[in-house]
Design a protein around this ligand. Structure first.
Ligand SMILES: C[S@@+](CC[C@H](N)C(=O)[O-])C[C@H]1O[C@@H](n2cnc3c(N)ncnc32)[C@H](O)[C@@H]1O
Length: 269
């Protein structure tokens, strides 16, 4: 059994940790004096959990034998190449490979450094479907990574929303860092009927199910909807919910440790 001790300063931090933990096969969890003690059966699962935390830089100060997470987190952040992009953490000092376009993301609390399978699937599909002049919305933008990439791919106008104010703040910084000029940040999209050519959303299943009607409203006819963050066993429920308004046109699987993640692409009927 492997043990991770996670310290948090307030309820918000604690929620961030718990939101990340749901993805993992943990054997037990208990709370003591402002700390969460989490048990994993094997080291691989613990390592996978640590990798996932890199997207959020959570408060992971001790793993079993006093390993100091805070001094280690930079080691887990690596640039990611997804043609034509090279997504790098801000502290990375190495060279950009020739022919790739650099995207800078500061690893912090928001999700989205490009290293997670679900984000990679979205980037793969954005490269395939975003065309010059499109209006795009990134629903649940996290660090802003998918909105930034959409602009770099030639979108004329990009909206980026998130229910988490910390994500919006971090997205704002990353948008500036990457000199993007066409991204509108915020959650005021209710009046945008039949407005977008493409919507991308990398969010947990429950939220995706709730958001269907909104996607239907804001997308133009034949608009493209890219959904990610879906586990294999969740696909059926999602397809059932979406099939009356959307036609499935593409899908992609990416295995990450013990999980089969799926991205689905729909066209609005
Ligand atoms: C898994 S992260 C994805 C971040 C980034 N787009 C990526 O692909 O790496 C999901 C994000 O969606 C946000 N979120 C969750 N439910 C949402 C909703 N109903 N509307 C907008 N954002 C939401 C979360 O706060 C979080 O930042």
């Amino acid at each position: 059994m492997w043990q991770a001790t996670l310290e948090y300063a307030n309820d918000n931090e604690k929620d961030n940790i718990l939101n990340c933990l749901y993805l993992f096969n943990i054997k037990g969890i208990w709370e003591k004096e402002g700390k969460l003690i989490v048990y994993f059966e094997d080291k691989e699962e613990l390592d996978s959990f640590k990798e996932s935390l890199q997207d959020r830089k959570l408060f992971f100060r001790r793993v079993k034998d006093n390993l100091k997470w805070n001094s280690l987190w930079k080691k887990f952040h690596r640039p990611v190449s997804i043609r034509p992009f090279f997504i790098t953490p801000t502290f990375f000092k190495g060279r950009k490979p020739k022919g790739l376009r650099k995207i800078l993301v500061k690893p912090s609390f928001a999700f989205g450094t490009g290293s997670h399978a679900t984000t990679k699937i979205c980037i793969y599909f954005l490269v395939k479907y975003v065309k010059k002049g499109m209006k795009v919305i990134d629903m649940g933008t996290g660090t802003g990574i998918l909105a930034i990439i959409s602009e770099k791919l030639g979108a004329e106008e990009v909206y980026a929303t998130d229910i988490d104010p910390i994500a919006l703040k971090e997205a704002k910084d990353n948008i500036k860092r990457n000199r993007c000029k066409k991204i509108v940040l915020g959650n005021e999209i209710d009046n945008l009927n039949n407005f977008f050519d493409l919507c991308v959303a990398n969010i947990v299943l429950d939220e995706l199910l709730k958001l269907k009607e909104l996607f239907k409203k804001i997308l133009k006819e034949k608009g493209i909807l890219i959904l990610s963050g879906i586990l294999e066993e969740q696909i059926e429920e999602l397809l059932e919910k979406y099939s009356d308004s959307f036609r499935l046109i593409n899908r992609k699987k990416k295995r990450d440790r013990n999980f089969n993640w799926f991205g689905l692409v729909f066209e609005k009927i």
